[in-house]
Design a protein around this ligand. Sequence first.
Ligand code: ADP
Ligand code: MG
Length: 623
Amino acid sequence: MKDLFRALNYVKGYWKYALLNILFNIFFSVFSVFSITLVIPFMDLLFQTNEKLIEYSSKAEPVLSLNGDSIKDFFYYKMSSYITQYGIGAEQIAQGKKEALIFICISVVVLIFFKNLFRYFAMFFLAPIRNGVVRDLRNRMMKKALALPLSYYSNERKGDIISRMTSDVQEIEWSIMQTLELIFREPIIIIVSLAWLIGISPYLTLYVLILLPVAGAIVALVGRGLKRSSSRSKEMLGGLFSIMEETLGALKVIKAFTGEKFIQKKFESMNQKHYKLSVGIYRKTDLSSPVSESVVVAALMIVMFLGGSLVLANNGALSAAAFMGYFAIASQILPPIKQITVAYNSIQKGIASEERIDQVLKARLEIMDPEQPVELKEFKHSIEYKNLSFAYTKGDAGYVLKKINLQIEKGKTIALVGQSGSGKTTLADMLPRFYDPSEGEICIDGVSLKNMRLQDVRSLMGIVSQESVLFNDSIHNNIAFGIETATREQVIEAAKIANAHDFIMQMPQGYDSNIGDRGGKLSGGQKQRLSIARAILKNPPILILDEATSALDTESERIVQDALNSLMRNRTSVIIAHRLSTIVHADEIIVLMNGEIIERGNHQYLLGQNGTYKKLFDMQSFK
Ligand code: ADP
Ligand code: MG
């Protein structure tokens, strides 16, 4: 029950549609019951002896009230009057009966037409609900995926998140729809039918009321455990997506190392597990329909027996025709009961998916805006790393950065050097607050990063990193990324500074050329020049260059380096460079080793120290 209302929670924003859906479901149910049961008294009358018909019609017109008997009397009176309208001779009655027959047939067609019309209207208003819920969920997931800190993605696999965004959301759509029908349609059919049944025979209906929940309970047993297996199967699906995602991103390496077999095996073994779970789930789900039908038919036969006995007793408690009508409606309750069990299973699966989605939606946004942010309009004085330590995984003794103290004055250039793995990238990544320090803090103009809006902090910075990050879009849009107002002239200007203009102009559509997935249609150096153009266009006061030129050939590295040098002149820069010759002019050079600063000073000073820096520098100038 609680689960049902959890699903309703999603529908909250769509209550107008939900109300319309309920309304038309009520109409639908009434017409549905009407159309079936009307035929029986009609037929009953039609095949009565003429004497009976004359007898019915010669009575005084009965008063119509909300009571089974009075409705029946009224109906019989009206109908027999209709049949005897031409007179009470055998021929006239035959004529009347023929007309009555035509009338029945047309009535049923009309009733069924309206029943289906109302059903369509009900579905019509259900469509925006189910699709709206899915749309809202997807939007929320996407928003969350964008807001989650980078550290989240080092732990969770992307494929898993994709599977949650696609297949789990789909599952919820089904579940919500089934729930809506379960809550709004089937009960209405059952209630309308039961009202009819009570009208015909309260005694028999008592049994029906006892049998229904018993049947329901038995059927519910079948769906047990479905939630858990569904959750596990979705996990497997997430694994499959992960492998696919990784494979598509690494096709070149896989082919080069002839790793196809290995990947295929990994994929097949996970796919096989998913297959096994899915078969189990289907078997369990498919079991509910036959079980519920059998159970319901058994219950119906009990009603048949009890009602049949009443009719056979022939004491006037229940006429044969009334019982036929009764039974017809009672069997109307059968499909809804079956529907409810199907819905129940689907809801179980839906809940499993909901929990998986919830895990993402509720994942803690570790890096958030403060409640009362300090305004950061411009960068005035300095950036300071204060006693900063950092570990990627919490509780891990292995600090990647240890007690870093560093001051970067506005307008200065700071270079980070050190072996691979010494923590240079991590140190730079702390600045745009991709990660929060484990201990200590970073301040801009004396205010801790944590006390400022993320957007304010990040809009101060431009980043060009080792791997160029490009989107499957035009060159213009890749350079103007994040700056929607950029004009073509500004984009071209930035591209010229980044030494990218010439190669762009050689492409078939110039700045409108599409660069393929992750920039696959470009060379490494070209990709990097686009990334640099993007940073140039953003024109940030603080520039972070993480081995920005390392992917370029010597010739274009020199040209881009010139561009970067002039770009850096009136900015504050943090540069990580593998080629030390490019940072000899830095105001301060920080030498990192195992997350600690072991040497610092300008180029001349460090050479004089005859330490690690000198060693690194000598090694490079040797070639
Ligand atoms: P550098 O840029 O100097 O080559 P990094 O800052 O990239 O070094 O890495 C420093 C250390 O942190 C390395 O030992 C690396 O294994 C570890 N590391 C880097 N990124 C992550 C991450 N996302 N999760 C866990 N450990 C990481
Ligand atoms: Mg690095």
